[in-house]
Design a protein around this ligand. Structure first.
Ligand SMILES: [Cu+2]
Ligand SMILES: [Zn+2]
Length: 243
């Protein structure tokens, strides 16, 4: 079953590449429908495998971890942002959930907003600059890319956020596994900036920090969920004291 799934995934990924970079001379040009069929088949096989695992008492959800480190290409004066991004997908085809916990932003009196996206390559050979453009397998404008996570509030130099309903996947031909999560210096204009860069990357500015998404077990997610709940509780308590 696994070998069959791998064969499907390889074929689907190859076809997906041809689709995102279509060559009119290529006999495979215009194969959108075939890709959809293949994607549906892969999802179906995956679901069956997951159901079997669930029936045998194993966790059916997929998890991934991304250890964020400052970009190696940063100037000395730039902030060193680091932390952890975790993903969970309860079943193939479901929307993603994620925990974002980052530290090392400048401690400014006002809440600032920072963009986070998935970029095409998991290549950190020259820091975050070699992660390429936004991951865009369907050739659509920003902010409709699967890893356009939008803007995140930074308070006291820290970013803590749980998000659900993210339109990205940990499996199938458009999986974000092996690609990079990039944290930017600025805010994402969400395609409303009125220039070409706005519909490519949201004019979010310098790449401060990044990481490569890798599959993991359920442990990090469970630990982060607990840490997140404790952080929320502490914040509520300190807000009560100051008000
Ligand atoms: Cu980005
Ligand atoms: Zn984008």
């Amino acid at each position: 079953m696994l070998a069959l799934l791998c064969a499907y995934l390889l074929t689907a990924t190859h076809a997906s590449e041809a689709w995102t970079n279509p060559d009119p001379q290529d006999p495979g040009f215009g194969m959108e429908e075939q890709i959809r069929d293949m994607h549906a088949k892969v999802t179906e096989i995956w679901q069956e495998m997951k159901q079997r695992r669930a029936a045998s008492g194993q966790d059916a959800a997929l998890h991934a971890a991304c250890r964020v480190l400052p970009s190696a290409a940063l100037a000395a004066a730039q902030p060193r942002v680091r932390g952890l991004v975790l993903f969970r997908q309860l079943r193939p085809g479901a929307l993603l959930e994620a925990f974002f916990h980052l530290e090392g932003f400048p401690t400014e009196p006002n809440v600032t907003s920072r963009a986070i996206h998935v970029h095409q390559f998991g290549d950190l050979t020259q820091g975050c600059d070699t992660t390429g453009p936004h991951y865009n397998p369907l050739g659509v404008p920003h902010p409709k890319h699967p890893g356009d996570f939008g803007n995140f509030a930074v308070r006291d130099g820290q970013l803590w956020k749980y998000r659900s309903g993210l339109n990205a996947s940990l499996c199938g031909p458009h999986a974000i596994v092996g690609r990079a999560v990039v944290v930017h210096e600025g805010e994402d204009d969400l395609g409303r900036g009125g220039n070409q860069a706005s519909v490519e990357n949201g004019n979010a500015g310098r790449r401060l920090a990044c990481c490569v998404v890798g599959l993991c077990g359920p442990g990090p997610w469970a630990r982060q969920a607990q840490e997140h709940a404790e952080h929320k509780k502490r914040r509520r308590e300190s807000e009560c004291k100051t008000s």
